[in-house]
Ligand binder design. Structure first.
Ligand code: EPZ
Length: 421
């Protein structure tokens, strides 16, 4: 497929309404969850994203029935032809590790390629594997694969050494098939993890403490199907809130759930934006000057690492100096060098980026390196003077559905162009 880029002519204040889609980071674990039952499962308002398509490919390769029906996806894992996720899939999407828990739980065996690192960090899965071992699984690493075996998983107590979103999801999926009760401490509390737990309850598992960092799970041999709507994507929501702020516009984000991103809303209010919440969505009114802020990323309900790059773009135009500390990933500032090429005044020392606001950024050709860095560069382009071309936007398509059409509809001059050969 030819490489594509996004061409943006900056300067227009965005005005209008954007529909928020289903959450990517809820869709992926829920698609893995369907492996726990032979009954039919349905996920409503599924977003049309590259990562979702990759997960469809993986499930189909396992022999699972998958059917996409408009905005829903129906999955039935009645028959399997294998319980292995090959390297070719996992290298494209780390979230394939979410297959480990369900395959191990249901079949007592799973062989999944170890995910490589990615642009933002090494991202090991040691906590996932320690949780499985606590449940009685035997783990072997060979040829770049994780092999997990267990005659029957046994309920156990386990404390995560650090906050891990997919690690928590993997562990509770496995524990839902284990004999007896498991108690997990220091669990991730992200809304996507709570949706996995709530869906498991709908399937017949007994889980207490959902939404807190301590979960008690009573396993069941017979888990049934489910039919659930995805929660709205809180990072897509935050990204478009910044689009409204950085262009000094006014946007209404229909379907957004403000309770999933209070830390982002509070931080944007601190920069001077006016944000109002109602049951139908969130409204943002940009403001000038943009006030500088201090920020530290941290697990939910604190400010999410997946919004760090987007807020950084806004702070490049603030009236003063801001500091952003990235505490989750060790290499999540690659957008900084690209922003500097647009005239931003940035420096990095360890895990802290210092932003001295400038009055204006200039359009430039910039390179996307990962999903949220790509979004950050589009946001900067919306506010910069002149033309910005964001290259390698396959990163963007992993997590944002039809970004150029959603932004064009509210006044952005943005088009997707094929790379000239
Ligand atoms: C999830 O990744 C999200 N992906 C990421 O979103 C998000 O950035 C991340 O959580 C943090 O919120 C999905 O949900 C599919 P972690 P995950 O395990 O689960 C370390 C996006 O942009 N760690 O919470 O892989 C790890 O290296 C993506 O949509 C271990 O050391 O993240 C990282 O530094 C990017 N050992 C930190 O913990 C482990 O066993 C948080 O990782 C697990 C994690």
């Amino acid at each position: 497929m030819a490489l594509e880029r996004m061409r943006i002519v900056g300067g227009a204040p965005l005005r209008g309404e954007i529909e928020i889609g289903g959450a990517k980071n809820a869709a992926l674990p829920l698609m893995a969850l369907t492996l726990l039952t032979p009954q039919s499962c349905r996920i409503q308002n599924i977003p049309d994203l590259q990562d979702v398509s990759t997960m469809v490919e993986i499930l189909s390769a396992l022999g699972v029935k998958v059917a996409r029906k408009e905005r829903a996806i129906e999955i039935q894992a009645e028959t399997f032809n294998k319980t292995e996720a090959p390297y070719d899939f996992v290298r494209r999407m780390r979230a394939s590790v979410l297959l480990l828990g369900p395959l191990l739980g249901r079949f007592g065996y799973a062989r999944v390629s170890l995910p490589g690192g990615c642009a933002i960090g090494v991202r090991p899965i040691d906590q996932h594997l320690k949780a499985f071992e606590a449940l009685g699984a035997e783990i072997q690493l060979s040829d770049g694969y994780v092999e997990a075996k267990a005659a029957r998983l046994q309920g156990a107590n386990f404390r995560f050494e650090l906050n891990t979103v997919t690690g928590t999801a993997n562990a509770i999926m496995a524990a839902s098939c284990a004999e007896g009760v498991s108690r997990f401490e220091n669990c991730a509390c992200e809304p996507e993890v709570s949706l996995v737990a709530e869906t498991l309850v709908a399937m017949g598992a007994k889980i207490r403490g959902i939404g807190t960092s301590t979960l008690e799970i009573e396993g069941s041999r017979e888990l049934g199907g489910f039919d659930v709507p995805l929660i709205p994507d809180r990072i897509e929501t935050g990204t478009y809130l910044v689009a409204g702020a950085i262009t000094n516009g006014e946007l209404f984000l229909r379907g957004a759930n403000a309770s999933h991103l209070q830390a982002v809303i509070e931080k944007l209010r601190e920069t001077g934006c006016t944000i109002t919440e109602d049951p139908a969505g969130i409204r943002i009114l940009g403001r000038r000057p943009i006030r500088p802020v201090q920020l530290e990323t941290a697990p939910f309900p604190s400010f999410p690492t997946d919004m760090q790059a987007q807020l950084l773009a806004l702070l490049c135009l603030a009236d003063g100096e801001s500091h952003i500390q990235e505490t989750i990933f060790e290499n999540r500032f690659m957008h900084v060098s690209e922003l500097m090429r647009m005239g931003a005044d940035l420096s990095i020392k360890g895990s802290v980026a210092t932003v001295k606001g400038v009055s204006r950024m200039e359009g430039a050709n910039v390179m996307a390196t990962d999903l949220r860095a790509s979004a950050c560069l589009v946001l900067a382009g919306l506010a910069a003077r002149g033309v910005t071309e964001v290259l390698r936007i396959y990163h963007l398509d992993r997590g944002y559905e039809r970004m150029e059409s959603k932004l064009s509809a509210v006044g952005a001059d943005i088009t997707r162009v094929q790379e000239s050969t």
